[in-house]
Design a protein around this ligand. Structure first.
Ligand SMILES: [Zn+2]
Length: 445
């Protein structure tokens, strides 16, 4: 405790010159926290298509987590592996993060299952007799008379049902730390020995909201992010080896709260789609659950040897590189770009809110900014998806690209975008379809 109080003021005063007071020997991977997503009254996603097993995400995450914990304990007996839950209990994300922090985890792995909007279909199951009434008038003025004619017609009777999701596969997520970027990157890049860990300085005695603490917190976040990226990429690689469809490593600009609240490198695995027929069966099977647990364990073993074998973060095989995180370039390049608007922003930072335009009909989008993925397979609703963006000073044009993952129930895929910079507000309507990506260009004079 005393050491912490001493170090922080020193750190602040020397931030620009050296970070070596924080340099340490490489950290061992001693404790892994495995979180079975959701639980209790928070069921998560539910299988809803016709013929579905009606499985609940909370049960799938628990089953996979149990197998993962057992496999990790067997394969890495010297590492403590701690589950956030082993039964069907409710925990909110703060509780999950608190457990992870309390056990001083060195790695946090969240297990989840994905879902997506389902299309409704109908089938004719019979007919029924209905009477239609038609009103007509005869004559004019006072002689005008109303006449009602009734006709009996046969109408079809439909049954409505949900179609299974087409999309299947696994995706891995890390938290966003876009607000910490440029300055910190420079510090980290110039500091070979930069190697700090959670439990050495972040303590309850510190006011995290104070302006002095902000840069320190940001550096921690960045440091963890680099490790999270490495871990995430290894998981994605191991899962891909099983032959499952994978969607690369993704970073949510809006952040994932449980990942941001944990004081350690953290990843979230969307193991599969609960509303895809094949995936739902895979996620419920012993074989599928064990295959996922084995793949994740293999990734942990590789990660452990990387962080422990004398590597500082800088020597990890993959440095921070958003292009590499998101190998979704096919999507980006496969369709023509339809430039819808050019906006000249006055400030480097601006905010973009995305909504479904008109009817909320299940439009899903993937959003790229300057070629990097910001949102992947996000559903547009009447609630905003918010992106905080910064103009890249090295580019003359900054490109925001909307890729339509589907066309919802009412094609094309339509989004309403509201750009806010300072007190300026610009609305743009974006239509994207299976041939064209909607593009907005931002420039700064
Ligand atoms: Zn979930």
């Amino acid at each position: 405790m005393i050491r912490k109080k001493l170090i922080i003021p020193v750190f602040i005063s020397t931030l620009c010159f050296s970070l070596s007071c924080f340099a340490q020997t490489p950290k061992l991977l001693k404790t892994i926290i495995v979180d079975a997503g959701h639980g209790g009254s928070d069921v998560g996603a539910v299988g809803q298509y016709e013929g579905s097993l009606r499985s609940k995400e909370k049960d799938i995450t628990l089953a996979i987590s149990k197998k993962l914990v057992a496999t990790l304990q067997r394969e890495l007996p010297d590492v403590k592996t701690i589950p956030t839950r082993t039964t069907d209990i409710f925990q909110n994300v703060n509780e999950k993060a608190r457990i992870a922090n309390q056990y001083h985890g060195d790695l946090f792995i969240c297990i989840h299952a994905d879902s997506g909007p389902l299309k409704t279909a109908r089938r004719k199951i019979g007919t029924r007799q209905v009477t239609h009434y038609k009103t007509s008038y005869t004559g004019k003025g006072k002689k005008r008379k109303k006449k009602i004619t009734a006709t009996k017609v046969e109408e079809p009777v439909y049954q409505y049902y949900k179609l299974p999701l087409q999309r299947s596969g696994t995706s891995v997520w890390i938290f966003a730390s876009h607000k910490t970027s440029d300055k910190l990157k420079a510090i980290i890049d110039n500091e070979e020995d930069f190697n700090i860990e959670a439990d050495d300085s972040l303590s309850n005695s510190v006011d995290f909201n104070s302006p002095e603490m902000k840069p320190i917190i940001a550096i921690y976040a960045k440091r963890f992010q680099l490790k999270s990226i490495n871990m995430g990429m290894l998981v994605e690689e191991e899962i891909a080896k099983t032959g499952r469809q994978t969607y690369g490593l993704n970073q949510r600009q809006v952040g994932i709260r449980v990942l941001q609240s944990t004081n350690m490198p953290a990843i979230l695995i969307e193991t599969g789609f609960i509303n895809n027929e094949e995936d739902e069966r895979y996620l419920n099977s012993e074989k599928g659950q064990q295959e996922l647990a084995d793949g994740i364990t293999e990734a942990v073993k590789r990660y452990k040897s990387i962080v422990e074998n004398g590597n500082s973060g800088n020597k990890l095989p993959v440095k921070e590189n958003d292009e590499k995180i998101t190998p979704a370039t096919e999507k980006y390049n496969s369709r023509t770009k339809n430039i819808l608007k050019r906006i000249d922003v006055r400030q480097p930072d601006f905010k973009v809110d995305l909504y479904d335009d008109g009817d909320v009909d299940g439009d899903m989008v993937t959003v790229y900014y300057n070629g990097k993925i910001l949102l992947s397979n996000k559903k547009l609703t009447e609630k905003a998806l918010t992106l905080n963006l910064t103009v890249d000073p090295s580019r003359t044009e900054n490109e925001l690209l909307i890729y339509a993952e589907n066309e919802g129930e009412i094609p094309p895929n339509t989004a309403l975008m509201i750009v806010t910079e300072g007190s300026n507000r610009t609305e743009v309507r974006i239509a994207s379809d299976e041939k064209k990506n909607g593009v907005i260009i931002f420039t700064k004079q």
